[in-house]
Design a protein around this ligand. Structure first.
Ligand code: DOR
Length: 429
């Protein structure tokens, strides 16, 4: 099977490439890149006027398998990814049962291979059942192929336990993806603590809860010489601490979500659980600090934290509704609309945060376009205007803070191993 992607503007941050270039793909791999390529008999994808990037990676999603297939499955979640221009996702272990043993990793790999429309990497738990007490079977899961360890959704509270987990993870050359919210400070809180939470009479989750957690884990990363990746960073101090850790040469990286870079706690004034998420949407000074962190390279990756829940659950009274919402089908549009078209962040920085940066953090062979590499491509129409309509989502989760918004910029096609799995919004598998 031969595919020729012709005439697109190739933005390939890993090798500082930004030029019009054809890409010839044969048997799932990139065969050649250059101008005026010809391949008689090849299927041609006309990318003139479009941006062609390495396949986008979302290193923080919840596919909810095993055990919560009413919320999402590998099939529906990876279709949502394809629809949004995402070629590869890393799925979190806060499932039922928790992904804390090799046998569950093996099962997930089998399912991903058979039901996944895009590539799926698996993140194993740090602790058994995410209880923060006994180490999960990290060695066996590393052998089974997990890309990282995380108790995402929960903070690992015990300092000595986290230190041991880091030491153990580093033996297997795996990064810890760290959910940073100090538990005693956020207990019972449902939104960012500040003026808005005071006015609404809701208990807040203060920024200092994240700051303390990030501070501890940067110190532990230094003490154990282990790579630590700060998940969904959302506070000024956390961004600043990561900036300083990097300047010191520590193995500390960070990710941010579109929601924390675009929305603020003002959105919660109607008590609408669509905006309820952990860590919470914060005040504008924090939001701006996160964007600044992305611009200056403190923040490496853009992720969605795609967290599907059943409609009935999210439709509950604000205090009772679960935290989190879907993001795979809105990530690229939201980021292009609010960060690129506003002139805030350049395209190369954004594309790096979806490609080369997450690939490097996870240690996976992806995120760059080059002959011989797997032909994963995200093709983008920068100027396409569209309205978000959650009823059309491929994801089972329909709750999104971006519903009804008009976006400018959308993935036009998703190519995985040389196969066009999405074109013009339609998933073809
Ligand atoms: O709001 C959230 N929901 N934050 C997390 O970290 C986990 C996620 C979920 O799994 O629903």
């Amino acid at each position: 099977m031969t595919l020729l992607v012709k005439g697109g503007r190739v933005i390939n941050p890993a090798v500082q490439q930004d030029e019009i270039c054809d890409i010839l793909i044969e048997n799932g791999k990139i065969k050649e890149m250059g101008t005026n390529l010809n391949a008689p008999g090849a299927e041609v994808f006309n990318a003139a006027g479009l941006v062609v990037a390495p396949g986008f990676i979302d290193m923080h999603v919840h596919l909810r398998q095993p055990g919560q297939s009413a919320k999402e499955t590998i099939g529906t979640g990876t279709r949502a990814a394809a629809a949004g221009g995402i070629c590869r996702v890393a799925t979190m272990p806060n499932t039922k049962p928790v992904i804390d043993k090799a046998i569950i990793v093996e099962g997930m790999k089998y399912k991903a291979e058979h039901e996944g429309v895009v590539k799926v990497d698996i993140v194993g738990a740090i602790s058994k059942e995410l209880k923060g007490q006994e180490l999960a079977a990290m060695g066996a899961m590393a052998n089974a192929g997990v890309v990282a360890f995380s108790d995402d959704g929960r903070y690992v509270e015990d300092c000595d336990f986290m230190r041991k987990a880091m030491e153990y993870a580093s033996m297997f050359h795996k990064v810890i993806i760290d959910h940073c919210e100090e538990q005693s400070l956020v207990a019972g809180g449902t939104m960012h603590e500040g003026t808005v939470s005071n006015e609404l009479g809701l208990k807040g989750r203060p920024a200092v809860a994240e700051d303390i957690a990030v501070a501890r884990d940067i110190l532990l990363a230094e003490a154990t010489n282990t790579p630590v990746h700060i998940a969904h960073i959302s506070t000024k101090n956390a961004v600043d601490m990561v900036r300083r850790a990097k300047a010191k040469g520590l193995h500390v990286t960070a990710e941010a979500t579109p929601q924390h870079m675009i929305l603020t706690d003002e959105a919660l004034r109607e008590y609408d659980a669509r905006f309820k998420v952990n860590p919470p949407l914060r005040s504008d000074d924090h939001r701006q600090a996160v964007v600044d962190g992305l611009i200056d390279g403190t923040i490496d990756a853009i992720v969605t934290d795609h967290a599907p829940h059943e409609w009935e659950e999210k439709d509950e009274e604000f205090n009772l509704a679960p935290s989190g919402f879907v993001g795979l089908e809105t990530s690229v549009g939201a980021v292009l609309t609010y960060l690129y078209h506003t002139g805030m962040v350049d395209l190369t920085t954004l594309i790096r945060a979806y490609t080369a940066a997450p690939a490097k953090i996870l240690g996976i062979d992806a995120g760059v376009l080059a002959p011989g590499r797997e032909a994963d491509l995200t093709i983008i129409d920068l100027d396409k205007e569209w309205a978000v309509d959650s009823t059309t989502f491929y994801s089972k989760g329909k709750s999104t803070p971006f519903d009804d918004m008009i976006f400018k910029g959308k993935a036009a096609a998703t190519i995985v191993d040389g196969i066009v799995v999405m074109k013009d919004g339609e998933v073809l598998r």
